[in-house]
Design a protein around this ligand. Structure first.
Ligand code: AMP
Ligand code: ZN
Length: 114
């Protein structure tokens, strides 16, 4: 856990959030500022800031995140289409520096993204 990290504090239940999934490696919770009818954030329990900090050691947890997204999408009935997004760095809009995958669904999405 990183001392001043919002998402580490959510994982530790020090800050309230609607946690919808948890296993040994990964947890997922509702985004506080939802951009779609379903908007979840899927995070590794281990703190690392972004994909830029990921190493070979993280291969497993990165796979777990993607599989958790697919499982949650099924549970949320997002079969018509959903979007997973990982913003990396301020230039891409990353604002919380604990790796997270957005899972968005329940509406139409355009391409390219903004
Ligand atoms: P990003 O901009 O990719 O770093 O995404 C960070 C996301 O975290 C944003 O979509 C925020 O709405 C969300 N967020 C910030 N604070 C909280 C919180 N306390 N609980 C849930 N989601 C949060
Ligand atoms: Zn963290």
């Amino acid at each position: 856990m990183s001392a001043n990290c919002l998402f580490c504090k959510i994982a530790a239940r020090q800050i309230p959030a609607k946690i919808v999934y948890e296993d040994a490696d990964v947890f997922a919770f509702a985004d506080i500022n939802a951009q779609a009818p379903t908007h979840l954030l899927i995070c590794p329990k281990e703190h690392f800031a972004s994909l830029e900090e990921a190493t070979e050691r993280h291969e497993g947890v990165l796979g777990r995140m993607a599989l958790a997204a697919a499982k949650l999408a099924k549970e949320m009935n997002l079969g018509g289409g959903y979007r997973t997004v990982v913003n990396t760095g301020p230039g891409a809009g990353q604002t919380v520096f604990h790796l997270h995958m957005h899972l968005l669904g329940g509406r139409e999405f355009s391409w390219p993204p903004g």
